[in-house]
Design a protein around this ligand. Structure first.
Ligand code: URA
Length: 235
């Protein structure tokens, strides 16, 4: 693999930045400075250094984003500013896409990856991957409403939501855990008990909690432990 392609794929540099870095002697392979950015390297075996730091090649990229409100979770900019445009330029060209969608007004944990098969598994309705939402409602939620949500509830258009886990944290605030991802599911579940969602935040996806040190709009790479937790759920 060409070294400039590797650095681009890792989101570390654009092709022209890699070429400039090579000219300036900022790229080393196995301890030796390389001046050509098109040099072929073996990412599995060669030790690559870029700007003084070791580069460990990851074929797949996994990112946690704390999604702000007002931004669509698609890759297509025709709907306005997308979650992908919150990433640095280099990462915008790595083929990343959101693993599932959050509504424009929903905030919180969104995973972005270029790993299609893992994403497919995690989103498959058969896998029952859990998602936890913090929900604020317009009106107080009664014990009877909670029982209905916990039993599984009929939504509009004849859909039925599987039993959810509900934890009440205030008279108008809940944590709801679901194992599906139907369109507007949480909003429709609350509508089914004659209520309305006024704030929705995803706080966990696939057993990975939102990193609360990330401000809205900020992102970070998943740690190897977090990636392992995700991959475990695809087996
Ligand atoms: N349920 C919703 O209603 N909206 C989301 O964005 C996610 C879950």
């Amino acid at each position: 693999m060409r070294i400039d392609k590797l650095l681009t794929a890792m989101g570390l540099a654009t092709r022209s930045e890699a070429a400039k870095a090579a000219k300036k002697g900022l790229i080393k392979v196995n301890g030796i400075v390389v001046s050509k950015a098109d040099l072929k390297v073996d990412p599995e075996k060669d030790v690559i250094e870029y700007m003084g730091k070791n580069v460990s090649y990851m074929k797949n990229i996994y990112i946690m984003l704390n999604k702000p409100s007002g931004i669509v979770s698609s890759t297509d900019g025709k709907d306005g500013i997308t979650v992908i445009s919150l990433l640095p330029d280099e990462l915008q060209k790595c083929g990343l896409f959101p693993c599932g969608r959050l509504d424009k007004d929903t905030v919180g944990l969104l995973l972005l990856t270029n790993d299609g098969s893992t994403s497919h598994y995690l989103l498959s309705p058969k896998r029952h991957v859990s998602k936890i939402y913090r929900v604020k409602t317009e009106r107080p939620v009664s014990q009877n409403d909670i029982s209905k949500l916990e039993k599984g509830i009929e939504l509009d258009h004849g859909d039925v939501a599987l039993p959810a886990k509900v934890e009440q944290i205030g008279e108008k605030e809940l944590y709801i855990t679901i194992v599906e991802g139907m369109y507007h599911q949480i909003k429709r579940m609350l509508e089914a008990v004659d209520n309305k969602v006024v704030f929705l935040e995803r706080v966990e996806f696939g057993k990975i909690p939102l990193d609360t040190s990330l401000q809205r709009g900020e992102w970070r790479y998943l740690t190897q432990d977090e990636i392992n937790i995700l991959l475990e759920q695809t087996k």
